[in-house]
Ligand binder design. Structure first.
Ligand code: CMC
Length: 431
């Protein structure tokens, strides 16, 4: 990793320090400051980690300027077009595209792990019926460590493998049951003869009174949504999983932490927030008013589904998602969907506006995904749980990579302390 001939020079308080520089296989060079505090007695300051690499990784690469997303080197548009979610899961977890027999075995393993411990149903019943499905998911996934004791020892590679398979396999059941519980319908058990996406759709929409026929075009669209969200290198929820796991916490607790982080509207919660925004805008003629609000520094309103920390040109996932939205609405015969019309006009008007061009703000993956999910029959509250189930493989892959890394140590950021210095306690009557 290190190029021995590359160094950076830093002068602090009149002293000069040579810092090693590492060159990645793609992306900018990285200045290694690990010994800086020991040698120079100073910290670096980078709230929001805008310039800090927190780990090395071989899983996913994003080039924000080019609008490129690679999983193990393969471009996301090729994976979304030619592959399918479980093959992408294999690729993320094991580093290479599988041979046919390996894929078959992996699919069988995942399929055989989709059922939940029967007693988990009672756990669901402890939630209020109107609980947000994300609240249920955080709780249920955290509770898996109380149900699957035989896969919580992170020092055992076999247990780590079983935990990975369980998480990927059970997440659709967990999300579908959160939905069923929320809507007051009975839980639907998984079926081994269905593929991953079809199984999820059936567990969400089938009821005892009427079987749900899975439309192959919808299940393909669902699978593509899973694929497009599968991993995104060191984003907030993935970094949360890594930080939680750096203490040696069990995998279920770590993934529950990732789900909690994903929920926020600046991250995975943006898909729900985006659809609610399109609904609020309501018609194309109201778009200029909302664009002005997004530009107003005194108004907290932001265009949801717009902007990204890394992509500064376009989000390659958004392109595929937009195409999928057209296909799904066409298939369902939903012509003139008002939200799709507002979304397309909003995208056009915002991209023509100098504010968005100067700040390099483009539609992200969440801009069109909500339109597809709503057309499929999902309420907005299910959008982020679907993101969480898709991202589970990314979290798990990054977690596995981290645990196997001999350099792994507890994450412990420093701070720039601006509070009071030492002062003596004052008795309450003298304050
Ligand atoms: N609408 C209006 N202005 C925006 C927006 C937006 N959506 N996003 C960023 N800006 C402005 C922001 O006000 C700031 O302006 P200034 O430089 O004048 O202060 C500038 O652009 C840079 O914004 P930032 O907040 O410093 O950028 P960031 O990299 O910290 O934030 C972001 C990235 C995704 C949190 C942000 O763009 C945002 O809040 N977008 C809306 C929420 C959203 O769609 N999130 C989903 C992200 S993709 C899926 C995922 O990762 O989960």
């Amino acid at each position: 990793m290190t190029d021995s001939n590359k160094t950076a020079t830093l002068t602090v308080h009149g002293e000069t320090y040579e810092l090693p520089v590492h060159s990645p296989t793609a992306g900018p060079d990285v200045i290694d400051i690990r010994k800086l505090y020991g040698d120079a007695g100073v910290f670096t300051y980078d709230p929001g980690f805008t310039s800090t690499a927190s780990c090395d990784s071989t899983i996913t690469y994003i080039d924000g300027e080019k609008g490129e997303l690679l999983h193990r080197g393969y471009p996301i548009d090729q994976l979304a077009g030619k592959s399918h979610f479980l093959e992408v899961c294999y690729l993320l977890l094991y580093g290479e595209l599988p041979q046919a027999k390996d894929l078959e075995q992996f699919e069988t393993t995942i399929t055989r792990h989709t059922m939940l411990h029967e007693q988990m149903q009672y756990f669901y019943r402890g939630f209020r019926r109107d609980a947000h499905p994300m609240a249920i998911m955080v709780g249920v996934v955290g509770a898996m460590s109380a149900f699957y004791h035989d896969s919580t020892d992170i020092s055992d590679p076999h247990q780590r493998e079983v935990a990975s398979h369980r998480l990927i396999a059970k997440m659709p059941t967990i999300a579908a049951w959160a939905f069923k519980y929320h809507t007051g319908q009975p839980f639907v058990y998984p079926r081994n003869d269905l593929d991953y996406a079809s199984n999820f759709l059936r567990m969400c929409f089938s009821v005892p009174a009427e079987e749900y026929e899975v439309n192959p075009i919808l299940s393909r669209a669902m699978d593509r949504i899973f694929t497009l969200h599968a991993d995104h290198e060191q984003n907030a929820s993935t970094s949360t999983v890594r930080l939680a796991s750096s203490s040696g916490a069990n995998p279920f607790a770590c993934i529950a932490a990732g789900i909690a982080c994903l929920w926020g509207p600046a991250h995975g919660g943006a898909n729900q927030a985006c659809l609610e925004m399109l609904e609020e805008i309501g018609s194309v003629d109201r778009i200029p008013e909302f664009i002005e609000r997004a530009k107003d520094k005194n108004d907290p309103f932001r265009l949801m589904g717009f902007g990204h920390r890394v992509y500064k040109n376009f989000d390659p996932r958004a392109k595929v998602m937009k195409q999928s939205a057209d296909e799904v609405l066409d298939l369902l015969g939903i012509e003139d969907n008002p939200k799709l019309q507002v979304a397309k006009a909003l995208e056009k008007q915002a991209l023509e506006d100098p504010y968005f061009a100067e700040k390099k703000l483009f539609p992200n993956v969440d801009f069109y995904s909500g339109i597809i999910l709503e057309a499929m029959g999902f309420p907005t509250s299910m959008f982020t749980p679907i993101f969480a189930l898709s991202r589970t493989v990314g979290w798990v892959s990054q977690w596995k990579e981290m645990i196997a890394d001999p350099q792994n140590k507890i994450g412990r950021p420093r701070q720039l302390y601006l509070g009071e210095t030492t002062r003596d306690y004052v008795d309450i009557e003298n304050r």
